[in-house]
Design a protein around this ligand. Structure first.
Ligand code: ZN
Length: 90
């Protein structure tokens, strides 16, 4: 079945059936969008090269600057670490 044929089938469904089907796919769209968002965040932080030493997530942001060290905060597991420690682990 082509996409156009599928769309025609959906168009000809009764309102109730149509809503049931579309509701089902709405959840899937939400999941895909959520994954895309998370992937985009992951990619962005991957490019910066800062990885959490605890959970390996790249979703890390600059936290405080203390004792001449930039501290980072992992948004995934909430652990705090500094860049130096991160570099030693790699
Ligand atoms: Zn983490």
């Amino acid at each position: 079945m082509t996409n156009n044929e599928l769309i025609d089938v959906l168009k000809n469904k009764k309102d109730e059936e149509f809503i049931t089907i579309i509701r089902h796919f709405k959840n899937r769209i939400k999941q895909i969008e959520k994954k895309e968002k998370l992937d985009a965040i992951d990619k962005k932080f991957k490019e910066k090269g800062m990885q959490c030493p605890n959970c390996k997530s790249y979703w890390c942001v600059k936290n405080v600057f203390k004792n001449n060290k930039q501290k980072y905060l992992c948004k995934d597991c909430k652990s705090s670490f500094d860049a130096l420690r991160n570099h030693f682990l790699h």
